[in-house]
Design a protein around this ligand. Structure first.
Ligand SMILES: C[S@@+](CC[C@H](N)C(=O)[O-])C[C@H]1O[C@@H](n2cnc3c(N)ncnc32)[C@H](O)[C@@H]1O
Length: 360
């Protein structure tokens, strides 16, 4: 994730062509996930187009084209390219299963395709927002985006959050292990972080809050499916104190999406029990704007122009932060909300910078 972009004409034409191929391949992955096609190929099952069509309940002609595209892209293997098209057997090689179907594995990046597809469905609204100065509310990005957002953070939340990030704060970790802490997960999305906390720290009372009703329903469904007794509420961050006090408030990849993160952090501070703290995880972008920049900045600006900024602009007034939330911005928001101490948590959070905010 470190190469700096070249800008010669040749390099740019090559990049655009490659980007088009890669984008179309992401759509192929989206179809594979959405239609259960990879699931049908689980366990290295060798399958012909008619068999895939029957197993997944899709039209045979589409099954054939998708399998051929996936093989051409190198995602699937094919036994014999010279066999008649309907008789060719395709399989998902073991080395691709984590990326494409193992939902809890850190390498599971297929949800990115769902995010991109969800953005595609809202793109005309984004165009209109650029003209009007308005925004595009989160629900317009639809179920595909929500599934992608949930899926991309799920592995980190189910393992790193509870096994590495919280233990990097030993006082908090031991309190969670030994006392009945009240924990709020603000902007909980599909609830994987909330569920992970409730499972890892059974003594704690964990509540997830999100302003988006569909996300809360996703979270409630996930909790029921995993048999975790945890509560989710449709609630704006600004109203979190109604359920307080909380010993710990998590704000995981949600601060930059909030139209009024200052108001949210003030409300969170008011909701804190004495000695309580807030754990903010947000994008680990550089300290300053620089260009051209590395892949992480490119990725975050990419999300920002088509999703996060339009989402934040959908409510007025708005701080309109966008995805590229720099460390100084988190610090300034925290200070303005009355948190005198912001400590960067000494742990590798992958794409995230983790900060602990304390009211005292
Ligand atoms: C990028 S998603 C992250 C969801 C989840 N934390 C995760 O990492 O998968 C941001 C979430 O914040 C929620 N959100 C944005 N503004 C909010 C607000 N003011 N109050 C509560 N939730 C908010 C959105 O509905 C969305 O579910």
């Amino acid at each position: 994730m470190c190469q700096v972009v070249q800008t010669s004409e040749d390099a740019l034409t090559t990049r655009l062509l490659q980007a088009t191929i890669h984008t179309l391949e992401l759509y192929g992955i989206y179809l594979g996930k959405e239609l259960g096609l990879y699931e049908a190929l689980k366990f290295e099952r060798r399958i012909t187009p008619p068999e895939l069509a029957r197993t997944a309940g899709i039209a045979p002609r589409y099954a054939r084209e998708w399998l051929e595209q996936q093989a051409v892209a190198g995602f699937l293997r094919v036994e014999s390219t010279t066999a008649p098209a309907e008789a060719r057997r395709y399989w998902l090689p073991a080395e691709h299963t984590n990326v494409l179907i193992a939902e809890d594995h850190p390498a599971h990046l297929a949800p990115l395709a769902q995010m991109v597809a969800g953005i595609g469905g809202a793109l005309q609204r984004v165009v209109n927002a650029y003209r009007s100065g308005g925004g595009v509310a989160y629900p317009h990005f639809g179920a595909a985006f929500r599934a992608g957002q949930a899926g991309i953070n799920r592995p980190a939340f189910l393992s790193d959050l509870v096994a590495r990030w919280i233990p990097a704060l030993p006082d908090l970790h031991s309190a969670l292990m030994s006392t009945r802490m009240r924990v709020a997960d603000v902007g909980s999305g599909a609830g994987w972080s909330t569920l992970a906390m409730a499972k890892a720290f059974p003594q704690a009372e964990v509540v997830g809050f999100d302003a988006d009703p569909a996300s809360v329903h996703d979270a409630q469904r996930n909790a029921a499916a995993h048999g975790v007794a945890v509560r989710f509420e449709i609630r704006d961050a600004a109203a979190v104190a109604e359920d307080g006090p909380f010993d710990l408030v998590l704000v995981l990849e949600a601060l930059h999406d909030m139209a009024r993160p200052d108001e949210a952090l003030r409300a969170i501070r008011e909701a804190l029990a004495p000695g309580g703290s807030v754990l903010v995880a947000d994008e680990k972008v550089g300290d300053h704007f620089h260009a051209p920049a590395d892949d992480l900045e490119r990725l975050m600006y990419g999300w920002s122009i088509v999703h996060c900024l339009p989402v934040a602009m959908a409510e007025q007034p708005t701080a309109a932060i966008g995805t590229v939330i720099r460390a100084a911005t988190v610090q300034a928001l925290a200070t303005a909300a009355g948190f005198p101490r912001v400590e960067v948590v000494p742990v590798d959070g992958g794409f995230f910078r983790l900060c602990r905010l304390r009211a005292q």
